[in-house]
Design a protein around this ligand. Structure first.
Ligand SMILES: Nc1ncnc2c1ncn2[C@@H]1O[C@H](COP(=O)(O)OP(=O)(O)OP(=O)(O)O)[C@@H](O)[C@H]1O
Ligand code: SF4
Ligand SMILES: [Mg+2]
Length: 354
């Protein structure tokens, strides 16, 4: 759990707008608001799950934290070795020093490994770049890493094509672990894998987290994937955080209608606990043409006239449970408004989902 632990990373008002450029003159005609004033703390040793539909800005948050893209504004305060460094403003030499503490695991285990490099070269590369020139020592460390991720040490000189998707993802994890990082950002690490392999890779991540005290930002499309791995969950919609709470709170008392819809999409094997899926109207909001007020209002089953007029604030609806909604669900301060007439979902059931 998070309480009592220190903060490793404080994300404050992180914003990333991508300019939309048109014509030969390179005229900027607008902006894609990929990430808009996102704030959260990442505690040492926790796993924070970041979920949301495609295009909600999850990868842009991840890439900003690792400074693969430069944020438009905001702070990324990394607390390391008694010091605080703002990653958003770090110089290239500071970034080089910081990067060994922050590593990424990618979605696509096929595309993220260089097909012309052996396993030894792939996992050993960050060691070499960071000064471990002695080949024997490097080989010993790579063997150790292979053991830690559950791969045979004898695979050292094989190429990526010789491995299954799950094994390749293990190679990617071994590479990410090579420099003893503090923070691992895993961007959809299992979504390209067979369902049968997904649980194995998630269990490996959990095991490694406990063994090495790692801190994870774990990105996923759906809540089902992160349920058993995350301590807390942050939900994104159209570039903004719309809810943040412990995994138990999110699953038992979601406050935001969008979270409720995501929860309803998780298949539930037990017929007693099955609830009707909430099918949202329309497409996810386009971050270059956001609706007025609450960006979710054109799709929200609870939307009221106020929702199109005024953007909801980020509020603590219960202790350590934050949401951005004028009419938060499961809110002891007042019942949510009735659903709009045209929706066909059974809200009473969903309030007791899970
Ligand atoms: N380099 C870029 N230039 C312009 N627009 C971008 C760029 N990178 C991302 N975007 C846009 O920013 C928005 C957020 O993209 P992002 O990849 O962060 O979403 P995501 O939540 O990771 O989606 P997915 O689940 O599909 O991976 C999208 O509208 C995307 O098209
Ligand atoms: S503010 Fe209104 S439209 Fe937005 S999520 Fe809440 S009820 Fe729905
Ligand atoms: Mg993404």
């Amino acid at each position: 759990m998070t309480s009592g632990n220190g903060v490793l990373l404080s994300v404050r008002n992180l914003t990333k707008y991508f300019p939309i450029v048109k014509g030969l003159m390179g005229r900027v005609t607008g902006y894609v608001r990929a990430v808009d004033a996102v704030s959260f703390d990442l505690y040492q040793g926790e796993c924070l799950g970041l979920v949301g539909e495609s295009g909600s800005g999850k990868t842009t948050v991840a890439r900003s934290i690792l400074r693969a893209v430069r944020p438009t504004s905001g702070e990324l305060l990394f607390h390391i070795n008694g010091q605080t460094v703002d990653v958003a403003q770090a110089s290239s030499s500071e970034l080089k020093r910081l990067r060994r503490h922050m590593q990424m695991i990618f979605q696509d285990p096929f595309g993220s490994l260089n097909p012309r490099m052996t396993v030894f070269e792939i996992i050993g590369e960050p060691l070499l770049v960071n000064g471990l020139r002695d080949r024997r020592q490097r080989k010993a460390r790579v063997r150790e890493l292979l053991r830690q991720v559950g791969l045979n040490e004898e695979y050292l000189y094989r190429y990526p094509h010789a491995f299954s998707g799950g094994q390749r993802q293990r190679i990617g994890i071994a590479r990410a672990l090579a420099l003893h990082p503090k923070l691992i950002v895993a961007d959809e690490p299992v979504s390209a894998l067979d369902v049968s392999v997904q649980a194995q890779v998630l269990n490996l991540l959990l095991h490694l987290q406990r063994q090495f005290g790692l801190t994870y930002l774990l990105i996923a499309h759906d809540l089902g994937v992160i349920r058993h791995v995350s301590d807390r969950v942050a939900v994104m919609y159209a570039g903004k955080l719309v809810e943040l709470a412990t995994v138990d709170e999110i699953f038992t008392r979601p406050a935001h209608p969008y979270t409720e819809a995501l929860l309803s999409a998780i298949p539930k094997p037990d017929p007693e606990r099955r609830t009707k899926r909430i099918v949202l109207k329309g497409e996810a909001a386009d971050p270059s043409h956001l609706p007025t007020g609450c960006a979710f209002h054109p799709r929200c089953p609870y939307a009221q006239p106020l929702c199109a007029e005024r953007e909801p604030l980020w509020e603590e609806v219960r202790p350590d449970h934050f949401a951005r909604c004028h009419f938060a669900l499961n809110n002891p301060a007042g019942p949510p408004p009735p659903r709009a007439a045209e929706t066909s979902t059974d809200h009473t059931k969903n309030e007791h989902a899970e």
